[in-house]
Write a protein that binds this ligand. Structure first.
Ligand SMILES: [Zn+2]
Length: 80
């Protein structure tokens, strides 16, 4: 390998090190987005289960009826 090639390899290594914080940041954002989507899906599935068992609209903590406006805004709400 010539000296010029060595220099290009070193430059490429430096570029990957420089970009690393951005890559880590992007991975972190993507991971948070995936976790948010997973948790939303879980809440929706739980709401569907409550529909199927006749418990939809009842607070999971105290059993009180969840306000209709709240359910219209957040249909997967499980707490009044
Ligand atoms: Zn409650």
């Amino acid at each position: 390998m010539s000296q010029l090639d060595d220099h290009r390899v070193a430059e490429a290594d430096l570029a990957s090190v420089r970009d690393r914080p951005q890559v880590v940041h992007d991975d972190s954002v993507a991971l948070r987005q995936k976790r948010f989507e997973y948790e939303m899906l879980q809440m929706i599935e739980e709401a569907l289960d409550r529909l199927n068992t006749g418990n939809f609209g009842a607070c999971q903590a105290c059993g009180r009826t969840i306000a209709l406006l709240r359910l219209q805004a957040i249909p997967w709400a499980g707490i009044a």
